[in-house]
Ligand binder design. Structure first.
Ligand SMILES: [Fe+2]
Length: 286
C-alpha cells in the first residue's frame, strides 16, 4: 500500500519535468521517475542500503578507464544490453541474429588483407575462418567492413594487456567480390569477464559466475544494410547454457571441426592439428 504522501513525491517529480521541450526526453525522464520510484517503493531500502547503492554506482564509474568499461559490464550482466539489442532487432527473420558488443571493441583495429593471419603470433590452436556476407536474397555483399576480435588461449583480449604495443587477435577486413572474408587466427577459449571490480563483487554476492563461452566477435557493416554486431560461439564450449552476459543464441553456435596436420587453406602446411570455421552471415536491409 503506497501512502498518499509517498506517491505525491513521485507525481511532483513527474510534474517538474512537464516542460521538457524534447518529447522523447520528456517520455524517458517520466518513465524513469515512475519505474525508479516504483522500485524504491517495492524494495523499501534502508538509508544504509541506499548509501551502499550510491557507493556501488560510484565504484562502477571509478573503475572505468580508456580500456575498462565497467558500466557496459554492469549493463551486460543485468541483461539490459541483450534486451536493448532485442528491442532494436525486431525486423523480419532471415538475417543473422545479433548479440552484445561487449566491452572489448575498439574502433582502431588494424586493417588486414584477405587471408591474413591476425593472431599476432600468440600461442594457440590454429583456426582458419572462412565466412560469407550476403543479403536477404542470398546475393553476396562485396566491400563489407568486417571487424573481428577475440581473446587469446588464456582468455584475455589484447586491450587487457598492461603494455599493449600493437593490437592482435583483432582486425578490420573487407569482403571480396564473392562476399567472402578469410583469415587465420587461433581457437578462442571460454573466459571470465573482468571480475576484479564492483560488477565482479555483485556476481559473487549473488552466487553467479563471471564466465562467457568461447566465441569470436564480429561487427559487419555495408552500405544499404543494417550493421550487424554478433558472435560465433564454439559448439561444445563450457558455459554455453549460462553465459554471464546472456549473449548466446542457438543460431550463433557453430562447429569448429578439427583437422589433422598437413595441407591447410591458403597454401599453408601445418605440423599440428588445426580448426576451421565456416559461416554465412546475412545482413538485413536498412
Ligand atoms: Fe568476448
Amino acid at each position: 500500500m503506497i501512502r498518499p504522501e509517498e506517491s505525491a513525491i513521485t507525481q511532483a517529480v513527474i510534474d517538474r519535468f512537464a516542460q521538457t521541450p524534447d518529447p522523447r526526453l520528456k517520455a524517458i525522464v517520466t518513465h524513469l521517475t515512475r519505474s525508479l520510484h516504483a522500485f524504491v517503493q517495492e524494495v523499501e531500502p534502508t538509508f544504509d542500503e541506499w548509501l551502499s547503492a550510491i557507493g556501488f554506482l560510484t565504484d562502477v564509474g571509478r573503475m572505468c578507464s580508456g580500456s575498462r568499461q565497467e558500466f557496459i559490464l554492469l549493463s551486460d550482466t543485468l541483461g539490459v544490453s541483450m534486451l536493448v539489442d532485442a528491442i532494436n532487432h525486431r525486423q523480419a527473420g532471415g538475417a543473422t541474429e545479433s548479440t552484445v558488443l561487449g566491452p572489448f571493441f575498439v574502433d582502431t583495429a588494424p586493417t588486414a588483407p584477405d587471408g591474413a593471419d591476425i593472431s599476432g603470433g600468440v600461442a594457440g590452436e590454429p583456426l582458419y575462418v572462412d565466412v560469407t556476407i550476403s543479403d536477404l536474397q542470398g546475393q553476396p555483399i562485396a566491400g563489407a567492413s568486417v571487424d573481428v576480435w577475440q581473446c587469446d588461449s588464456d582468455g584475455f583480449y589484447d586491450v587487457q594487456q598492461p603494455d599493449l604495443a600493437e593490437h592482435f587477435l583483432r582486425a578490420r577486413l573487407t569482403s571480396g567480390p564473392d562476399g567472402k572474408v578469410r583469415f587465420w587466427s587461433i581457437l578462442p577459449t571460454a573466459y571470465p569477464i573482468p571480475d576484479d571490480g564492483p560488477v565482479g563483487q555483485m556476481l559473487k554476492a549473488t552466487g553467479r559466475h563471471p564466465w562467457r563461452p568461447a566465441h569470436l566477435h564480429f561487427r559487419i557493416s555495408a552500405q544499404g544494410h543494417s550493421a550487424l554486431v554478433t558472435h560465433l560461439f564454439v559448439r561444445g564450449s563450457a558455459y554455453l547454457d549460462s553465459d554471464a552476459v546472456f549473449g548466446v543464441k542457438d543460431t550463433l553456435i557453430c562447429d569448429f571441426p578439427r583437422h589433422p596436420p598437413g595441407q591447410a587453406p591458403n597454401g599453408r602446411t601445418l605440423d599440428r592439428p588445426w580448426r576451421s570455421l565456416q559461416h554465412a552471415f546475412v545482413l538485413d536491409g536498412i
